[in-house]
Each structure stands twice: as C-alpha cells, then as structure tokens.
Design a protein around this ligand. Structure first.
Ligand code: KIV
Ligand code: NA
Length: 270
C-alpha cells in the first residue's frame, strides 16, 4: 500500500508516477501497472464528462468517481481533486468537503489548486489528518481569470511567486506538489527549494515525478495539450471493436452458434 509517507520518501530516490483515472476498470489497470498515485482529477470535466473546462465539475461528481476508483485500487495512493469552489469560500466549507472525499469516497488524500488563499487551509487539513497535495503553476479552475491555458511563471516575478507559494505549502504540511505548465528551469528551482516531491505536467524533466491525464496517455483524446504524449492508440481499438460489432449484427454473423442457446440445449439440461 502506497501512503503519503511512501510518496514523500521517494523524493531524490526514484521517479514518482501518477496518472488520472475516473472509473473502476481504468483504475484497476493503472493500479496493476504499478503506477504510484491515481489522481481522480477534476480534468474528468474535459476528459470524460463532455465539458469545455473543469469549472462545472461538482463535489458529487468527484465523490462518485473517487469511490469507483478507490474500490478498484489495491496498491496506488488515491488522490481526489477538490473541484471549483468546494474550498475557498471559507475554511469550514473546505474542511467539510475534503473530509467527505476521505469519509464517503475512500480517498487517501486531496489535491487543491493553490494560491495565497490555500496556505492556512493546507495547514488545517493536515492537522486534521487529511493529507494535501498542492498544485501550482497553471491552475485550470482559474481559466476565466487567465483567459486560457497559458504557461505560468514566465517572468522573474511570477517564477519567484511560485517558488514562495511552493515553500509556504510545504511548510503548511503538503505532502507533495503538482507543478503544471511552467518553464523547466522554474520547476527545477522549485524541486530544489522544497523537501517534498514535485510532480510535473508540462514542467520539464527535473521534477521528482510526472503526471498525465489518462485519456491522453491511452490515445483517446481528440486534442493533446502540447506537453502530453499518447503512449497507445486506444481510440482506434475502440473504433474497430464498434464497427466490428455493428457489421457482425447487420451481416447476421453475431450471434453465431457459440452464442446461441436453443431449446434443445435447455432440454439437454434436464
Ligand atoms: O485534474 C487533473 O487531471 C490534474 C492534473 C493535470 C494534475 O489536476
Ligand atoms: Na485538476
């Protein structure tokens, strides 16, 4: 069983692997592949729910999918994303919602898109026994503020702000930090500056681990972000299974003898 302490102790020792999953069969495969951390990301909004952004994703969405993933996972650490506005309005809301992800959905930890406003919440959740994975750089829940999914930390001031916030969240008790879409040298500096592992996505090779969205990795997404890579072509496999089924039914090839049970077969049972 991978714990948050296992993940912490991997810094500087071995590369941490993390992937998203949003359903039981996919989570079971991710777990069996030996991936260290399964993230039930709010990227479910874009990846599997048909939304344009992560903004509409609700607590109920993340609860139900986290529970499915947790039921199918034996070894990997299960981290649940806190969706837009499930934390932030006030501390009690954040504590209650984070707690629901552990109590009702069996998550092992929560992830928060971070800023100045999440330092105290990270400390409070950690004190209460709810491990926190921080997330800095591009924070997609701010898409309406940012105007798009642009690389962050591209000026000296912006890079320093990320380093400062990374240190503040590490001091507040976060067990790891996701760095999204920042220059590789900034990610390397953050990784050097803090004693908890950094897990990068579009953040170069010098992080302590890497994370990608499962539909991108499997080759199931229509568009790949510039920093992602498809390691397979599951979309073609699904297309050929679907056309194979349709053709077989239309041609009368399915069901065949092997799939058909006639009355004679039933008679044979008696
Ligand atoms: O929701 C998500 O999948 C994420 C990862 C991209 C880190 O936050
Ligand atoms: Na996310």
């Amino acid at each position: 069983m991978t714990s948050v302490q296992t993940v912490r102790s991997m810094k500087g020792e071995e590369a941490i692997t993390m992937l998203t999953a949003y359903d039981a069969p996919t989570a079971a495969l991710v777990d069996e592949a030996g991936i260290d951390v399964v993230l039930v990301g709010d990227s479910m909004g874009n990846a599997v729910m048909g939304y344009e952004t992560t903004v509409p994703v609700t607590m109920e969405d993340v609860l139900s999918r986290t529970a499915a993933v947790a039921r199918a996972t034996d070894d990997a650490l299960v981290v649940a994303d806190m969706p837009f506005l499930s934390y932030g309005p006030d501390e009690a809301t954040g504590v209650e919602n984070a707690g629901r992800l552990l109590k009702e959905a069996d998550a092992d930890a929560v992830k928060l898109e971070c800023g100045e406003h999440t330092v105290d919440l990270t400390e409070r959740l950690t004190q209460l026994g709810i491990p926190v994975q921080a997330h800095l750089g591009l924070t997609p829940q701010h898409v309406n503020q940012l105007g798009g999914y642009f690389r962050q930390g591209t000026t000296r001031e912006a890079a320093q702000a990320i380093i400062d916030l990374a240190e503040a969240h590490a001091d507040a008790g976060a067990f790891s930090l996701v760095l999204e879409h920042v220059p590789a040298n900034v990610a390397a500096q953050v990784t050097e500056a803090i004693d908890i592992p950094t897990i990068g996505i579009g953040a170069g090779p010098d992080c302590d681990g890497q994370v990608l969205v499962i539909t991108d990795v499997l080759g199931l997404s229509d568009r790949l972000p510039p920093f992602a890579e498809a390691f397979g072509d599951v979309k073609s496999e699904m297309e050929s299974a679907l056309s194979g089924y349709k053709n077989a039914v239309e041609n009368g090839e399915f069901p065949d003898e092997a799939h058909a049970h006639s009355d004679d077969d039933l008679d044979g049972l008696y």
